[in-house]
Ligand binder design. Sequence first.
Ligand code: ADP
Ligand code: MG
Length: 312
Amino acid sequence: MALLEVNNLHTYFATKRGLVKAVRGISFSVEEGRTLGIVGESGSGKSQTAMSILQLFESNQRIYDGSITFDGEVISDFGEEKLRKIRGNDISMIFQEPMTSLNPVFTVEQQINEVLMLHQSLSKEDASKKSLAMLESVKISNASKVLKSYPHQLSGGMSQRVMIAMALACNPRLLIADEPTTALDVIIQAEILNLMNDLKHDLNTSILFITHDLGVISQMADDVIVMHGGKIVEAAPIREIFKNAKHPYTKRLLAAFLKTDINSSKNEKQVQEDLFSSENEIYDFRMFRETNKADEDWFKVGDNHFVACTLK
Ligand SMILES: Nc1ncnc2c1ncn2[C@@H]1O[C@H](COP(=O)(O)OP(=O)(O)O)[C@@H](O)[C@H]1O
Ligand SMILES: [Mg+2]
């Protein structure tokens, strides 16, 4: 069984103008020690998928259908108290804006200590020792000085290292990283991505890595799901997505990333028209059906490679 299994998840907001369906029936799993990437444009439902796992919800938001299982337990049924025990302990998260996640009135030491004292019942002294070790593990060279600093005294890259240290302090089995390097310049971004890969290698943490950036996902993920309009349109091992993307939306994303014209090849255009009708957003799998078994919603194009047949 996978470490995390998300099955037919629907997460909606109740608003004055009706239900906003942020996540519309998605299923995926994250295996032990592997990194699953979620990629898609802004507004495709990536962050709401992440928030659903720990139910970090606004008051008008909830899971309307589906289930989330972590290490064999159905955590989508958990109440606040049980969820609090998991958050930051078994599953931790890092976000795009480290500054908004760090508390401005406490030092780095106080903040990492708090996590350790809460979840691991360490004494203050032991927590401080571990906090220092954690900062060193995320390659902060002047760690003892940074420990005594307040968030506003840190650069963006340094803050994100602190966030990673804090997220890993309790040896989580799953780390959810939502656009963790988007706010950083490219050189710092590359350093942080290398750091995360090293840590994953050392700690064998499973990672759910969310980004709109295909370049980033190519460095981080073993497998990837592509989201569009709250749904998954394609799921595949990372190489398959780059070499053999099938869904028109995935192809559009890749083309934008590679800055090539997807219509430049006539054959490509022909295939696209054959399979996808943008009017009714249906991926026509009839031609596959004759030779393969395809269910109503999904078509299997290769090992662990699936394409959605409809976006409805
Ligand atoms: N506070 C909110 N109230 C209502 N709808 C929201 C709210 N936040 C997000 N949404 C809806 O959820 C969709 C998915 O948002 P999100 O998961 O943040 O996208 P992504 O992370 O892929 O950019 C948005 O397009 C929007 O329609
Ligand atoms: Mg987001």
